[in-house]
Design a protein around this ligand. Structure first.
Ligand SMILES: *[C@@H]1O[C@H](CO)[C@@H](O)[C@H](O)[C@H]1NC(C)=O
Ligand SMILES: *[C@@H]1O[C@H](CO)[C@@H](O)[C@H](O)[C@H]1NC(C)=O
Ligand SMILES: *[C@@H]1O[C@H](CO)[C@@H](O)[C@H](O)[C@H]1NC(C)=O
Length: 354
């Protein structure tokens, strides 16, 4: 009885410690050909990667909180990418008069590039809250997820979601649900976790004033607990408790499943200061607001990002929330801290609308 158990344990350990999922999968098919398939990677109960290469996704969200929709915000879905069948969700306050136009606020959801959707209740609740409180037209796009679609798929989809807005602004047959209330000249791009990494990429890709998107004009970026990585562990990653909401195991798993095959976490799409990452020092960037929980394992990477950009004279504001973990604002938008995040965003929009 002991021997077979030992064999299984040693195979599983190989899988978890390996950085290279392709090789790992192959090795396991050979090593474990005759036994039942087993899960090698699991993410928050909704994504299962089997040793035989199969990927199974649950259609339930990881965070099954009730949707808090009191009718004060209207919303609808629109396809923005026909090729990949991607949709975005538009939100606007229901009582807004069309005499003054509202800023547009993109909210790109999180989930380590592997899970999440515009339809998840945590994402919807935060967007409903933002649309009402800012007030703004909120645009929450989906994007292709890994490991079926590794990076840069998610980033390219984020870019396409902005190009869709440009098409709207240029179209002679505008969608009046949007164009009657939305100010295409005052656009802000935010992202939560992996979405924050997308926001970073877009800020560099488009540069100050986003000329490529004219007449759409981005005025600033909001990084909400941005998901960055790197091969050298930071102190907060190395010392963060194992029972954190986003622990090191899950961080490593997300990267293993999402980075381009054969790459490391020093890839430019993961580590903004990796050996091949573009040098932001000489770039002209739009203002950034970075928000972080002090107990988030990703904290030190964001602190480094903020310190570097500040030292290079970029306009970046940083607010850290004591005692807060990853995702604290979106998991429950009714907490005092979440309300404070919305206020910070509101001020950032006001300050950068001129
Ligand atoms: C792999 O295993 C899963 C889980 O048992 C199963 O659903 C799937 O059909 C298998 N795929 C292949 C290609 O054998
Ligand atoms: C992962 O696989 C690729 C392609 O086979 C290889 O080039 C790379 O060196 C491997 N990386 C590791 C960490 O084993
Ligand atoms: C942003 O992503 C694109 C791939 O879609 C890549 O070509 C570009 O180098 C990335 N920029 C940064 C700053 O990582």
């Amino acid at each position: 009885m002991l021997l077979p158990m030992l064999i299984v344990i040693s195979i599983t350990t190989t899988v978890i410690s390996s950085e290279n999922s392709t090789r790992t999968t192959k090795r396991n098919i050979m090593a474990d050909y005759s036994s039942q398939p087993f899960v090698v990677d699991e993410c928050r109960g909704v994504l299962f990667v089997y040793n035989n290469g199969s990927i199974v996704r649950s259609n339930k969200p990881s965070f099954d909180t009730p949707i808090q929709d009191d009718g004060s915000v209207l919303w609808k879905d629109v396809v923005f990418d026909n090729t990949n069948k991607l949709e975005l969700r538009l939100y606007k306050p229901s009582s807004h008069s069309i005499s003054t136009k509202l800023p547009i606020f993109y909210y790109i959801h999180g989930g380590g590039y592997c899970i999440g959707s515009r339809t998840w209740p945590n994402c919807q609740n935060f967007c409903l809250r933002l649309a009402f409180e800012l007030p703004a037209v909120v645009i929450s796009p989906d994007y292709r997820l890994a490991p079926e679609n590794r990076l840069p798929a998610a980033i390219d989809d984020g870019f396409m979601a902005l190009k869709w807005l440009q098409d709207q602004a240029l179209s002679v047959e505008k969608d009046r649900w949007l164009s009657d209330v939305a100010d295409f000249d005052r656009v802000f791009v935010s992202g939560d976790s992996a979405g924050g990494n997308v926001a970073h990429n877009l800020s560099v890709w488009l540069g100050a004033g986003s000329p490529e998107l004219a007449p759409v004009r981005i005025r600033g970026y909001v990084h909400l607990a941005a998901f960055f990585g790197g091969t050298v562990r930071t102190k907060s990653e190395a010392e963060g408790p194992k029972d954190s909401f986003l622990n090191l195991d899950l961080i490593d798993r997300y990267w293993r499943l999402s980075i381009p095959l054969g790459e490391t976490t020093d890839h430019p799409l993961v580590n903004p200061f990796g050996p091949n990452s573009p040098n932001m020092q000489e770039m002209d960037l739009d203002p950034i607001l970075a928000i972080m929980g002090a107990d988030d394992l990703l904290r030190d990477r964001v602190r480094e990002y903020v310190e570097k950009l500040k030292s290079w004279g970029k306009r970046i504001e940083y607010v850290e929330f004591e005692g807060k973990q990853h995702g604290f604002f979106a998991l429950d938008p009714n907490t005092e801290a979440a309300k404070e995040v919305v206020k910070l965003i509101k001020n950032f929009i006001l300050e950068n609308s001129g």
